[in-house]
Design a protein around this ligand. Structure first.
Ligand code: ARG
Length: 586
């Protein structure tokens, strides 16, 4: 493992050297370097510095340039406009840095030296309920953050906070007691996820109907909730059957999503039951929470209802029951005190933002969160239909996630089949799934999470534009070139002069590590998606302007193969972090 400094950071360092040599007092000034279209990089920092020193920016810039020691990275620095620096690096420097990346399994991406432990709360569907597009977003964005953070060296603990507790279980369990064979499986054969969900649906509907129409059943169902909370064994065993049946369904959907969800990481709401009373006691004794009309509440100056009265976070209801907030507060204690988290990340719908704002603030007042431990909600927006309204079926019902995924796979298979030249039916099915699921994930990840986005399958599986299919084809095309290369191997040649599109591709490849670090710190997987799309675009330009296998000299063939291969590896790595496959052939 060798981390490779990017050219941007090397240039930044050279400029900083020049700055401190020319102006010892301003040694800490930031040259403000960024990529530029005019040259390779532009630095604008001298303008602000000159203002601060009341000097002439162009003169200052010239002084800094003269103070930069001779080196073989910088080819040209031009002082331009009011005092910018336009910086061009040598072709050899680009090839050298890429060769160093290629020599490393991690593509030279450094590990974060101040990495800590992040607990990510994501992929949290609810027991006995269908999964919908909101659960899709949490799962997809959460899994991408797991990948990105782990790659930067963070210790990641996954927590799937499934909704497996609540009063509705009284009704479900009581119904099952009175209709004992309703969850029995007809054969010894494994139950499919679909069957499991349809069993649960049937039970849910039947018990709901009874609950709403039969007062005596309602009374029995309520008594059952009390048994459940008291830990009555028979009741708990039945509750467990609902959880198990639901898990069969969840895992089938996660499997279709090509997502690795481990049973040990599923710690649902029920997992914190033992802590709830103590959480409330601590909050009440410390005065963070107060009794108000019998309920245990936390108040906030800036959280008020429409009537102007403060809206509290209710930690314990007046009937003694604990709710969603008590569970989340207990989960924070567990994650901080037992799991030793330094960051808590919640990938949850933006419509729960007020809940998390109040929960985090309460935890801060209680001292569970502080300067060493932070909590962040990575809030995501709503999935909209093509009409721009929240995604619903024509009948106004929530769209079943499985149906959507199946449709995406069907569409993608059609695209793959149309392009397929030498693929068998089995291969088309496999690629169809990889392309279809990739398309759904990428569409979700390529817009910033906070924004709503339109679920448009036609656009998602399109070969042109910002789609995963475009990226997957770019990858497969490179693999096909590498296969056709025969004896010619990818080799870096630092003595060659590079075409403009080779330089652009090379500089973009060199920025991978910095981009990953940025996506990790900002919890912004969409930045990685955007980077990969630009990478594929740079590659497309390079490919149309620079013949690879028919280049002028054997060295040039090798060097271009080298660029191709590094592009493929970077695409593959980046897509893998996002949870998207890159088939070798398409
Ligand atoms: N199960 C919840 C839902 O479907 C999401 C849980 C979010 N996580 C949490 N710690 N509250 O909306």
């Amino acid at each position: 493992m060798a981390s490779v400094p990017s050219l941007a950071s090397t240039v930044q360092q050279r400029l900083a050297d020049g700055l401190s040599a020319a102006l010892p007092d301003a040694a800490s000034a930031d040259p403000l370097l960024r990529r530029s279209d005019r040259a390779d990089f532009q630095a604008n920092g001298i303008l602000a510095l000159a203002k601060q020193l009341k000097g002439n920016p162009r003169e200052l810039a010239t002084k800094v340039v003269e103070a930069i020691p001779a080196n073989d990275v910088l080819k040209e620095i031009e002082v331009s406009g009011p005092g910018f620096l336009n910086i061009t690096v040598t072709d050899a420097a680009i090839v050298d840095t890429l060769a160093a990346r290629a020599a490393d399994a991690r593509l030279g991406v450094p590990l974060n030296e101040s990495a800590g432990t992040t607990v990510i709360d994501y992929a949290q569907p609810n027991v006995a309920k269908e999964m919908h597009v909101g659960h899709l977003r949490s799962a997809v964005i959460g899994a991408a953050m797991v990948g990105i953070l782990e790659f930067t060296g963070e210790t990641v603990v996954r927590r799937h906070h499934i909704g497996d507790w609540g009063t509705q279980f009284g009704m479900l369990i009581q119904y099952l007691i009175e209709h004992p064979h309703e969850l029995d499986h007809s054969s010894e054969a494994e139950v499919s996820g679909e069957e499991a969900m349809s069993n649960l649906n049937r039970l849910y509907k039947a018990s709901r109907a009874l609950f709403d129409s039969d007062e005596e059943f309602k009374t029995r169902a309520r008594a059952r909730v009390v048994d459940l909370q008291a830990g009555d064994e028979e009741t708990l065993a039945l509750w467990q059957r609902f959880v198990d049946e639901s898990k069969i369904y969840f895992y089938s959907v996660f499997d279709k999503l090509d997502m690795d969800i481990r049973d040990g990481d599923v710690v649902g709401e029920s997992g914190y039951n033992d802590m709830l009373a103590e959480t409330c006691r601590i909050l009440e004794e410390s005065g963070v929470a107060v009794r108000s009309e019998g309920a245990l509440c936390v108040f906030f100056d800036d959280v008020k209802g429409p009537d102007g009265n403060p809206t509290p976070l209710i930690v314990q209801k007046s009937d003694g029951g604990f709710g969603y907030a008590a569970t989340d507060l207990s989960a924070i204690r567990d994650r901080v005190q037992n799991l030793k988290a330094t960051s808590l990340l919640y990938v949850v719908d933006a419509r729960q933002s007020l809940h998390f704002k109040m929960v985090f603030e309460t935890a801060r007042r209680a001292g569970w969160l502080n300067d060493e431990v932070k909590a962040v909600q990575l809030a995501f927006g709503t999935v909209l239909g093509k009409d721009g309204k929240p995604f619903k079926t024509r009948e106004g019902e929530t769209v079943r996630l499985v149906d959507l995924l199946d449709e995406a796979i069907d569409r993608a298979s059609a695209v793959v089949r149309e392009k397929a030249q030498d693929l068998t039916e089995a291969e088309i099915a496999e690629r169809g799934a990889q392309v279809g699921i990739g398309a759904v994930k990428y569409a979700d990840l390529s817009t910033s999470a906070a924004r709503d986005y339109k679920f448009d399958l036609d656009q998602m599986v399109s070969l042109n534009g910002d789609t995963s299919v475009y990226l997957q084809y770019a990858y497969a095309r490179i693999q096909s070139i590498l296969r056709k290369a025969g004896d010619a191997k990818p080799v870096a040649h630092r003595e060659l002069s590079l075409a403009a599109s080779e330089r652009a591709l090379g500089l973009h490849l060199d920025g991978f590590g910095e981009l990953v670090a940025e996506a990790a710190v900002e919890y912004a997987p969409h930045k990685l998606a955007a980077y990969l799309y630009q990478l594929a675009s740079h590659y497309t330009t390079f490919y149309s302007e620079c013949p690879v296998l028919k280049a002028d000299t054997p060295e040039q063939v090798e060097n271009r193969l080298f660029l191709c291969e590094l592009t493929a590896r970077t695409l593959h790595q980046g897509m893998a972090l996002l949870g998207i496959r890159t088939p070798e052939r398409l």
